[in-house]
Design a protein around this ligand. Structure first.
Ligand code: BLG
Length: 486
């Protein structure tokens, strides 16, 4: 009897110990956020739909944040799943929810208020908050000028926090916080005079300037701030550490710089006047030639928006232009090129566009196989403008300098040397105005980006349609107060 009890007790002890062991072991075994991501094979990310973060383009998903986060997912060896939040509160509320996104990548800056909800990564981009007003109105120059104005900002944004702070000093400041809008809507509302002012980060302002020709920067509100990714406040550090390691890595190996160059490096090439003019021509001139761009793009298997961007750079979509050097027509073909492409009348826009498309496809096919996309497109544009021979000279100069002759970022540094005797006297094809193709490519990339954004299907019913951009026959770019600065 006693012996039996002892056995039973020993058995119970064993059971308790085993259970304890299993429970404890179970706790230790609970996968970390990072392990869970890897186990699931999916990195779930939440962002916003805007030109500066994430949108659909010619090849599918794109945007600065998308590209960065895609590289992170690739490094982890997992798939990337993106969802977009309607507003910032929703975005912060979703991060870290069970089966929800583990990471927010949406041009976010850290603030005390936000730190209660999320933890921020190392920084990857510096931006400055800017006060935006409408051309033709009195330009505000400091915070006291915000008093008495109709101001709107995104609900839950750091801009709203900034205004709340300023209000302590200037109680007359009134502002509205909206959760039904995106940054592009705020800019449109200023552009159309629905609100007086808004606050937007500098990168978004320069990227969107062209869609809203009447918006102007009044002044920088405060110092530059860093954009960072965010994970849930309770995240166990496994993911955040991995993110920080990744950001440090792309910072060091130049990937981040290349992305900045790609997305923001050419955003200011147009300036106010260029942005204003482009927006006007988008409505008034492009519709006349759009079907020709579509047809030639189809024949040559190119993106019609790239062709249209070349056409804008060459002639601002005018069929009857002639340069000092006798280069003519909408796509600015030289006599030789026109002949080679079978163009009999360079002033016929249909012929010019088809000849230009054929020539672009031809120079692109001639390029060294080692030049991969997207650089291949930029090299082909440069060859279209300066000729393949001079482009090869610049590639050789790059090689001699220890740079990569297959990267546009490197070769574009060498092209201007073709105009300097100390360099061109040693090249095969000699002197060329090498600075021209650099501007040529930068401008076309910008026009291409804009055309891509305004023609993306998801926008056709919303922002673009509302702002009447790219809608034939509606000229909303006419300033109501003042003509643009010239
Ligand atoms: C390009 C030709 C290239 C040619 C280069 O010039 O024209 N491209 C086209 O005709 C489409 O074929 O390369 S080459 O055949 O290997 O020599 C170099 O000669 C045209 C360029 C010239 C430029 N726009 C297309 O980008 C132009 O118009 N320059 C004149 C400017 S102005 O007269 O000073 O205003």
């Amino acid at each position: 009897m006693f012996a039996q009890t002892a056995v039973r007790l020993r058995g119970a002890k064993w059971l308790i110990a085993t259970s304890l062991f299993l429970i404890l072991n179970g706790c230790v075994d609970k996968p970390s956020t990072l392990e869970k991501v890897k186990e699931d094979g999916v990195l779930r990310v939440i962002t916003r739909n805007s030109p500066a973060t994430y949108f659909q383009d010619r090849n599918g998903e794109t945007g600065f944040e998308y590209e960065l986060v895609k590289r992170f997912a690739d490094d982890l060896g997992v798939k990337l799943e993106i969802e977009t939040a309607d507003n910032l509160d929703d975005l912060f509320g979703q991060v870290g929810k069970p089966n929800g996104p583990v990471l927010a990548a949406a041009g976010l800056v850290s603030s005390d208020q936000r730190k209660q909800q999320v933890r921020f990564s190392h920084p990857y981009l510096e931006v400055t908050p800017q006060v935006i007003y409408r051309n033709g109105q009195a330009r505000p120059t400091d915070a006291s000028d915000l008093v008495g104005k109709h101001i709107m900002v995104l609900k839950g944004s750091t801009h709203a926090e900034q205004l709340a702070q300023l209000k302590k000093q200037y109680p007359g400041i009134q502002y509205e916080e909206s959760d039904a809008v995106e940054v592009v809507d705020l800019l449109r509302m200023v552009d159309e005079g629905q609100i007086d002012l808004t606050l937007v980060d500098s990168n978004e302002v320069s990227m969107n300037q062209v869609y809203f020709p009447n918006v102007r920067v009044a002044f920088d509100l405060g110092d530059a701030r860093d954009q960072r990714w965010a994970v849930a406040a309770g995240e166990d550090n496994s993911l955040l550490n991995e993110i920080n390691g990744f950001i440090d890595k792309v910072q060091k190996n130049g990937t981040l710089q290349r992305l900045k160059d790609r997305y923001y490096g050419h955003v200011d090439v147009l300036g106010y006047v260029g942005a204003y003019t482009f927006a006007q021509h988008l409505q008034q001139r492009l519709p006349k030639f759009e079907k020709n761009f579509h047809a030639s793009a189809k024949t040559e298997q190119l993106d019609w928006r790239l062709l249209a961007a070349i056409g804008y750079q060459e002639s601002m979509w005018q069929a009857d232009v002639t340069s000092k050097t006798g280069v003519r027509g909408l796509m600015m073909l030289t006599q030789n090129t026109a002949q080679a492409m079978g163009v009999s009348n360079r002033l016929d826009p249909k012929q010019s566009i088809s000849g230009g498309a054929k020539y672009f496809a031809y120079v692109r096919d001639q390029l060294d196989d080692k030049i991969a996309e997207p650089d291949r497109t930029w090299f082909a544009l440069a060859a279209y403008n300066v000729g393949s021979g001079h482009l090869d000279d610049a590639r050789k100069l790059a090689e001699n300098e220890g740079l990569n002759p297959n990267k546009w970022l490197d070769v574009k540094k060498m092209l201007p040397r073709l105009a300097q005797k100390q360099w061109y006297r040693k090249t095969r094809y000699g002197y060329a105005r090498g600075g021209e193709p650099v501007h040529f490519v930068a401008n076309i990339r910008r026009y291409y980006d804009i055309l891509t954004w305004v023609t993306q299907p998801q926008l056709e019913g919303s922002q673009v349609a509302e702002s009447n951009l790219h809608v034939p026959g509606v000229d909303k770019t006419k300033p109501t107060q003042e003509t643009p600065p010239l």
